[in-house]
Design a protein around this ligand. Structure first.
Ligand SMILES: [Zn+2]
Length: 79
């Protein structure tokens, strides 16, 4: 992790939620390897183990700041 990660945090609340995750509890909000802020919205048991259903965060759930552009995310995420 580098200091550059702080750039995505618009407010202290979001930053604390991401930073103060208890281990080994799965993060509910995290930053993916491609730089997209993601939020886990559900868990699913699959044959390959516990699966996470996550969704990119477009706006901060705490202060409403626009964090990411849907188009930019679509370009980063490929399925
Ligand atoms: Zn915020």
């Amino acid at each position: 992790m580098s200091d550059a990660q702080d750039e995505v945090f618009c407010c202290d609340t979001l930053k604390s939620v991401v930073a103060e995750l208890p281990e080994p509890v799965a993060p509910t909000i995290y930053r993916a390897d491609n730089g997209v802020m993601m939020m886990v919205v559900g868990l699913a048991q699959t044959e390959e183990g516990l699966g996470y259903l996550d969704h990119a965060i477009l706006h901060c759930p705490f202060c409403g700041t626009k964090l990411q552009d849907a188009k930019a995310i679509a370009e980063k995420v490929s399925h």
